[in-house]
Design a protein around this ligand. Structure first.
Ligand code: MRU
Length: 362
């Protein structure tokens, strides 16, 4: 990689900093989190986003709550409130609940120094994500290599939706890890970047990080993917996930399902990069059991960008009174997923496939 950076880090005085992703790609602004409410706001307002990073931020949110509770001699109800506020910050990405459960377990089993326990547990979640994403890259790389060989070294065209890159994680990313590792190996790759309305995580974030890593890419409007697939311009699709069920149904950014349908119609492999922290083995049916976030309609009614005056500003793109619907995610049924790429290897999108790699969930 070029200049590796992380999306969340700690300071010398043991607070937490993150990148304000709402300002990218125009400004690189960092935000300091000193309280659990700061972490909660960072998640709610999408200063940070992406399933693994939401989990990591929530974990540090609990650390900040524990620190405040001990230093200010508050009672345990303060920490309970922190857990419940953070749990309510975003509904779909299951990493949030996974990370909070891990923090609860660590604190329940603490030998006494709660601040240190929470600090170490949050740091472990962050380090685990880095290694998980690296390994998703190791396995996903083999899929890109196969296509490169078949194409006799010609460019492998990969389509992705939203941002399941390092900006959604801590380092590497899930979707981007195989891409970065392929590039490091000298395989020629090119990425079709869906702009990903309404918040444009593709144009704002994926394009930004691919630019930083010198990965050739082209921005496309969300509806272009089908056309590109019909004309042989896409070799594979790789997307991220916010929650994957026991049967392999995948919730990801709204619009993912339509890409899966188009890929299926054109016999193009559709892969999901899945850290096991995004598995929700307690549910089976993605369509009925995964809570789908609904966000403020103004995210659809307005576009945010940098004006010619150099200012980042919202622009109304419909009549003042037109209402909008804003579902944040959709579910791609397992039958449309060619394979799932995990940190332990590649498997079918099915209970049997997942249990083969993760027998601890039997
Ligand atoms: O609303 P967002 O930006 O949090 O949605 C992010 C996605 O849909 C990602 O694809 C997913 O969280 C995976 S990030 C590795």
């Amino acid at each position: 990689m070029n200049t590796p950076f992380r999306t969340i880090w700690t300071t010398e005085d043991r607070y937490v900093e993150v990148i304000d992703q709402r300002q990218l790609p125009h400004e690189f602004v960092t935000v300091r989190l000193e309280t659990y409410e700061d972490a909660e706001e960072a998640i709610k307002e999408m200063i940070v986003r992406g399933a693994p990073l939401i989990g990591a931020t929530a974990a540090y949110g609990i650390y900040l709550a524990v620190r405040e509770m001990v230093e200010e001699q508050l009672n345990g109800s303060f920490l309970d409130q922190a857990f419940s506020d953070l749990r309510a910050s975003r509904p779909t990405a299951v990493n949030l609940f996974w990370a909070l459960d891990k923090m609860r377990d660590a604190l329940d089993n603490s030998s006494g120094d709660f601040i240190e326990t929470a600090w170490n547990a949050a740091a472990a979640i962050v380090e685990e994500d880095v290694e998980t994403c690296r390994m998703i890259g190791v396995h996903g790389l083999t899929l890109i290599e196969e296509i490169a060989q078949r194409k006799k070294g010609d460019v492998v065209n990969i389509l992705t939706h939203c941002n399941a890159g390092m900006l959604g994680c801590v380092e590497w990313g899930t979707v981007t890890s195989p891409i970065y590792q392929a590039q490091q190996k000298g395989i020629k790759v090119h990425v079709w970047v869906d702009e990903t309305r309404p918040r444009n995580q593709g144009s704002n974030l994926t394009a930004y990080e691919l630019t930083r890593h010198n990965v050739p890419h082209t921005l496309i409007v969300d509806n272009a993917g089908g056309h590109l697939m019909q004309h042989g311009m896409v070799d594979m699709v790789i997307v991220g996930t916010d929650r994957t069920t026991r049967q392999g149904d995948v919730a990801n950014k709204i619009g993912t399902y339509l890409k899966a349908l188009a890929a299926n119609d054109n016999n193009i492999p559709f892969y999901v990069a899945l850290p096991s922290t995004t598995l929700d083995m307690s549910i089976n049916n993605g369509l009925t059991e995964i809570p789908i976030e609904e966000r403020n309609q103004d995210e659809v009614r307005y576009m945010i960008g940098k004006g010619k005056n150099g200012k980042i500003q919202p622009v109304l793109i419909c009549p003042e009174t037109t209402p909008a619907s804003n579902f944040g995610f959709d579910v791609t049924p397992a039958r449309l997923v060619t394979k799932i790429i995990t940190e332990r290897g590649i498997c079918g999108a099915s209970e049997a496939g997942l249990l083969n790699l993760f027998p601890e969930f039997k």
